[in-house]
Design a protein around this ligand. Structure first.
Ligand code: AHR
Length: 511
């Protein structure tokens, strides 16, 4: 009788003290800074991203700075966007920068052969680089490797960067109203060169890349140039191997990879009226980022043990069927599902910060997993915007490595982890832990072992909603916004968190 009672009590103690999810932090192993550039963005000449979404020119009676919407500028400033990639994407590989400088009425209108429509080129190099200055964001330019030439790329770089030299290009820049160079550090050499960027083989691309990388010299740029080669956009690790093997270390600083969370390329499904199965499949594709980064890193480690060449995930996000009512190519809505993609993907990037230096969410306004949607004068912030805003505390903070044991999120016999997390310490000694529970039915009990970290105050913010399909609209712009989170408690060095279903949480621990 006594024995039975003992076992019943023991079972009760175990059940009540054991959470289904365990996280252990290893602060003593902290060696890596999370580059702020992981929180970067991508704006292509595509649909209503640049024209109308960001640059409205003379349209609409709303405040603008040199034609760029102030509401968009203010929202991006609040996100502290660290960099902006431009002008594409596929568009970059047909873009001729000289068509879009000088007096606007003399610029050459072009056909956007990648995404359709006529462009008057009123948004060009000066407008983009001045916008980056205004946002305090590093520009990241993608050079045209398909219909362009090495000469055109070198001249672009001279035009924007040359400080000391004197040439017709620096004269031209000055004549166009800009005396000082902009010092552009980040240069992408080509885009998806295995597809829209020229359908090249890895061998051919490597050789061509070297011609660009050799010719693009550092015109007084204090930090040196950061040249980014095209990497794979699918699990083609041979491509990575070829670049790492063939390009000498002194000619490359970064390798880019692309991954979109698409479960079926021929029918990507609705961006807001999706089924539970579609939600699960999207989450499974989002989790693939972990494997994709890990496997590319393994190949890179073979040639670059010191991790000098960085991984640049310069296109990522959810991609669904275009909504015709959005009036632009690749316009889609943004729901709690997208918040889940953002929360878990940013955790993955943070945890791989020793190799991942930069990432660029596709795309900033009105295209794919946008942080901002506009409808003429109106603007709304999406759930993804709010996740980016909540996670900005990780920018340039010190990564705290962690191990995580997660419950499984299961559907139709397939399982993926429900919980993802990353942690960092800021310069004031505050610890930030971001957590995502993608399970759309079950909350998660989580125990976090803080290791040697002795902080006893915890506050938090949460982004969640009743349904994973919930979103902000122009009629209800505040349907999904962050709120105060009260589901975390610290007792004796152990943190207990109850994470609601489909939620993203950011915790701040302090003394
Ligand atoms: O982001 C949309 C497109 O996706 C980009 O132009 C291209 O690089 C990728 O295939």
């Amino acid at each position: 009788m006594m024995r039975a009672l003992f076992f019943t009590l023991l079972a009760f103690v175990l059940v009540t003290s054991y959470s289904q999810n365990q996280i252990k932090l290893y602060p003593e192993q902290s060696q890596t800074q999370i580059s702020k550039h992981i929180y970067g963005h991508f704006a292509e000449h595509l649909g209503r991203c640049i024209y109308d979404g960001m640059y409205a020119g003379d349209s609409y009676d709303i405040p603008k700075t040199d034609g760029v919407r102030n509401d968009v500028i203010d929202a991006l400033k609040k996100l502290q966007i660290p960099n902006l990639r431009w002008p594409g994407g596929c568009f970059a590989d047909t873009y001729h920068w000289k068509d879009a400088i000088g007096p606007k009425d003399q610029r050459k209108p072009i056909e956007n052969t990648s995404w359709g429509g006529r462009e008057d080129n009123s948004f060009g190099t000066h407008e983009f680089l001045n916008l980056c200055e205004l946002l305090d964001a590093e520009p990241y330019l993608a050079v045209n490797m398909n219909t362009g030439s090495v000469q055109e790329a070198v001249e672009w770089e001279q035009y924007v960067n040359n400080a000391n030299g004197s040439s017709y290009l620096t004269d031209l820049r000055e004549a166009n109203g800009r005396e000082k160079p902009w010092n552009v550090k980040y240069w992408g050499i080509g885009n998806e060169s295995w597809d829209c960027g020229g359908d090249m083989t890895a061998d051919y691309y490597s050789n061509l890349y070297k011609r660009y990388a050799v010719a693009m010299t550092n015109y007084g740029n204090t930090d040196g140039l950061f040249r980014i080669a095209v990497g794979p956009g699918q699990p083609d690790y041979e491509w990575t191997e070829t670049i790492m093997k063939q390009v000498p270390a002194r000619r490359i600083e970064g390798l880019s990879i692309h991954h979109y969370s698409v479960f079926n390329w021929s029918n990507k499904g609705s961006s807001y009226a999706f089924s539970e199965e579609e939600y699960f499949k999207t989450m499974k594709r989002a989790w693939f980022m972990e494997e994709f980064i890990t496997k590319n890193s393994v190949v890179m480690d073979k040639y670059d043990e010191e991790k000098r060449v960085k991984l640049i995930v310069d296109e990522w996000g959810g991609w669904y069927n275009t909504m015709p009512e959005g009036n632009g190519a690749l316009y889609q809505q943004n729901t709690i599902r997208d918040a889940m993609i953002a929360g878990m993907t940013l955790n993955i990037f943070n945890n791989h910060a020793d190799r991942v230096h930069m990432a660029n969410l596709a795309q900033t306004v009105n295209v794919l997993q946008a942080v901002i949607l506009t409808n003429e004068e109106k603007m709304i912030l999406t759930p993804t915007y709010h996740v980016m805003e909540m996670y900005k505390v990780h920018q340039d903070a010190q990564l705290v490595p962690l191990e995580i044991e997660s419950a499984s999120y299961t559907m139709n016999g397939e399982s993926i982890p429900s919980v993802s997390s990353s942690a960092s310490l800021d310069t004031e000694g505050k610890l930030h832990i971001s957590l995502t529970n993608i399970d759309h039915l079950n909350e998660q009990e989580i125990t976090v072992d803080l290791g040697s970290i002795q902080l006893n105050k915890v506050t938090g913010r949460i982004l969640t909603s009743a349904r994973v399909q919930d979103r902000n609209t122009f009629d209800q712009p505040e349907e999904v916004t962050p709120e105060t989170f009260r589901g975390a408690k610290i007792t004796k060095g152990s943190l207990k968190v109850t994470l609601p279903k489909n939620s993203v949480v950011i915790l701040e621990l302090s003394k």
